[in-house]
Ligand binder design. Structure first.
Ligand SMILES: *Cc1c(COP(=O)(O)O)cnc(C)c1O
Length: 446
């Protein structure tokens, strides 16, 4: 029986691939090129990760053929027998992995999870206190160019001269501005976040606390970063980043599950269920939910914990090596997977360094640094991350090689006025990258 079922899914996967090649070779070629690019490039993008192939097998089965508006046991359409079991499985795995009392696995993305929380629990014009973009905040935390920035009165906290969150300053701002919602969590903050301290601040001014762990959800799952589940009122995360899942989002609750919110005193968990559907979304992507279930199961394994351990250790090594070669590192190091390089002493922009590195097959992203004078399209910083290199097994000597490649490109750019790499250097570094990627292939990716 199992053999037959396995055969059926396998045959389906092969048929879909053959049909794609036969009917749409242009698209199939692009998809293959992207597959190969991921194998051959050295990805140091801190938000990126690599999902286990079984995550994609779960995602791309036939589940998205279904209309599944509603929740397990409460759907608006028939045919949801297995859909309900799949979603319940994802919810259960999420609760168990993070020690949550409630999980909503339907959000289409991390940004949608945040918007759902903000737009359902606040009224237009309410005050939100969140980390500013240059200090590591995220667009969906009320940036001026985002919907949340348009509908709420957003006040930002930053970091101190040492690059660290100054909790006393956050408290002072909270007392002066009396936010309805305080947001903790970041996209380019290389240090541990004290969620319990944020909760004290939120409680002292009667605000709700949202913890957004999109970047560090793998570390939290592995017990390598303090969990916000019971500290924050609400926790959100994106699933395709460190969690190694599909593109999607999660909303979780801990001890505040039953807390009454809104004019009718609705329990928080019920308010959030209604906020995801029907307030914000329609039919969820069951394929994504199945893939989340798969990723959440993998995140319980010793192999995942070992991966996350390597992520943290190698980020520390990376920061040290760069500092040793004279680079300014924001906060002087890293507690998580992120290393923030301050390029301002070199005069180079993050954009120029990102482009030069990409020509050699090293993928990074330009990123604003605290107090950055340059716009987001140029920036004075680079954000590096070790999720992918750690998965490929790079540590020790291999990480030193990665750091040397980055250093080398920055040093070469500094010597040229045009801020472009000379052909000889480019060729040399491209060769080193190819060698490194061949020695550390992506596991399970044929
Ligand atoms: C990436 C990120 C998000 C957005 O997640 P998407 O799934 O890309 O929408 C939200 N918050 C933080 C802190 C992030 O880093």
């Amino acid at each position: 029986m199992t053999g037959t079922r396995e055969h059926q899914l396998g045959a389906f996967a092969r048929t879909s691939t053959s049909l794609l090649w036969a009917d749409d070779p242009a698209l199939a070629n692009l998809l293959t090129a992207e597959y190969q690019r991921q194998q051959n490039d050295l990805c140091l993008v801190a938000s990126s990760s690599i999902a286990h192939p079984s995550v994609f097998a779960a995602q791309s089965s036939v589940t998205d053929n279904l209309t599944t508006e509603g929740y397990p046991g409460r759907r608006y359409h028939g045919g949801c027998l297995y859909a309900d079991e799949i979603e319940r499985m994802a919810v259960e795995r999420c609760r168990s992995l993070f020690g949550a009392t409630y999980a909503n696995v339907q959000p289409y993305s991390g940004s949608m999870a945040n918007n759902t929380v903000l737009f359902s629990l606040l009224s237009p014009g309410d005050t939100v206190l969140s980390l500013d973009l240059a200090s590591g905040g995220h667009l969906s935390h009320g940036a001026r160019v985002a919907a949340s920035g348009k509908y709420f009165d957003v006040v930002s906290y930053g970091v101190g001269p040492d690059g660290l969150i100054d909790y006393d300053a956050v408290r002072g701002l909270a007392e002066r501005t009396r936010p309805k919602l305080l947001i903790s969590g970041a996209s380019s903050y290389p240090r541990t976040i004290d969620f319990a301290r944020f909760r004290e601040i939120a409680d002292s001014v009667g605000a709700l606390l949202l913890a957004d762990i999109s970047h560090i959800s793998g570390l939290v799952a592995a017990g390598l970063h303090p969990s916000p589940i019971d500290s924050a009122h609400i926790t959100t995360t994106s699933t395709y980043k460190q969690l190694g899942g599909p593109r999607g989002g999660l909303i979780m609750l801990g001890r505040d599950r039953e807390r009454p919110v809104g004019p009718r005193g609705t329990p928080l968990h019920r308010a959030l269920d209604q906020a995801v559907f029907p307030f914000f979304q329609g039919t969820p992507s069951l394929g994504s939910i199945a893939a989340k279930a798969r990723a959440l199961d993998l995140a319980r394994t010793p192999a995942f914990k070992a991966w996350m351990g390597r992520v943290v250790t190698t980020a520390g090594t990376f920061a040290e090596q760069l500092a040793d070669s004279g680079h300014a590192i924001v906060t002087g190091g890293s507690d998580n997977h992120i290393v923030m390089v301050d390029l301002s002493p070199t005069g180079l922009t993050g954009a120029a360094v990102q482009d030069a590195l990409e020509l050699c097959g090293v993928i990074v992203n330009k990123n604003m640094i605290p107090g950055d004078k340059r716009p987001a399209g140029l920036t004075s910083g680079l954000r590096l991350g070790t999720n992918v290199t750690a998965l490929r097994g790079m540590e020790g000597e291999a990480i030193s090689e990665c750091a040397a490649l980055v250093s080398d490109v920055v040093a070469t750019l500094r010597e040229t006025d045009e801020q472009v790499l000379d052909a000889r250097t480019q060729k040399r570094i491209t060769g080193q990258v190819a060698d490194l990627c061949a020695r550390f292939p992506i596991p399970y990716y044929p």
